[in-house]
Design a protein around this ligand. Sequence first.
Ligand SMILES: [Zn+2]
Length: 406
Amino acid sequence: MTFQCRSCSGVNFAPVIDLGDTPLANALIETGAKGRPEPRYPLRVVFCRDCSLVQITETVPPDVLFSHYVYFSSFSDTAVASAKSIAQRLMQERKLGPQSLVMEAASNDGYLLRHYRDLGVPVLGVEPAANIAEVAEKNGVRTRCAFFGRDEGEKLAAEGFRCDVFHANNVLAHVADLNGFVAGLKAVLKPDGVASIEVPYLGELLDKLEFDTVYHEHLCYFSASALDRLFARHDLLLADVEHLPIHGGSLRIFITHSGGARTAALEALLKRERERGLTEAAAYADFEARVSALGKKLVALLKDLKGQGKSIAAYGASAKGATLLNFFGIGGDFLDFVADRSTVKQGKLTPGTHLPILPPESLMERKPDYVLLLTWNFAEEILAQQKTYRDAGGKFIIPVPDARIV
Ligand SMILES: [Zn+2]
């Protein structure tokens, strides 16, 4: 069957980057299972010439993909702080109170909704992972275990759950049925309600060579122009936008029912995107070559360090780390282990490259000379946490947008 655009169902694509057949980026391997074959899936990014949506062509079935899902956003200090500030702001701006309802799709362990709950506003989370939904309930955040989409949205609306504020942070890119998700939003949003949706921004992916944010969980890479067309199809309005530094550069977009006005900030961003050609295939033509050049440079740096007899580890057994290591072919020849703060990941092996994952304390115990920072999106936070290691002479290598030592 011909692949159809996830937004407009068109079939006119231009290639952006082909990362080859790769194992699932979050499919960490139990040490006992080492040597068993790992399933691989094509990872190819394309641009839709009809609606400008950048997307991957392979949809790995959610039950395969999310059975490995081990990311709890509460593990990141940056994400927790950002959640608190948006909750406090929307509380005031929308004058929320005990009569209001705030909903979140993919609400995780309740890291965002708990801030509203603490301020006395009723909340409802919708979270597909049963184990994570359970944690949220234990934390006192009302949570329903379901995939948010057209069916769930219509069901909620029929049960009387319509919201003043709807959040969806870093979930839209994971949704295979984009139009179903937006239809569900349309169903649950009160007439004067607002949705605040955060997505990693395509502009930065291109500018800062953030190719490692590409993995099978991330089906789409959004520009404001592509989002505008997606929501308009459902009679919703992309009304406002803010730019956030989180996750290497993100957009926080505000969606309302149609009929309102757009802000100047949004008009300006749409104009900038047209001017820089994000709505045309030509803007994407040299991306793969630029990424390959970066890979050559990084591998040369690691080879040089190994040649000097230096030991190297990595930090952050993240999905983006898996993409980077697998695409650049950086494995056990260069790296001794990967340190990670998540206790769920420790003791397992990285997908494809099979590096052991150890607790962060191992940096001080084993004192590698260099650490390749795979979770560069939290560079500031991690460099601060690893002050002792750095004070003892340890150095970090930040791989994108340009391999550099700090
Ligand atoms: Zn399209």
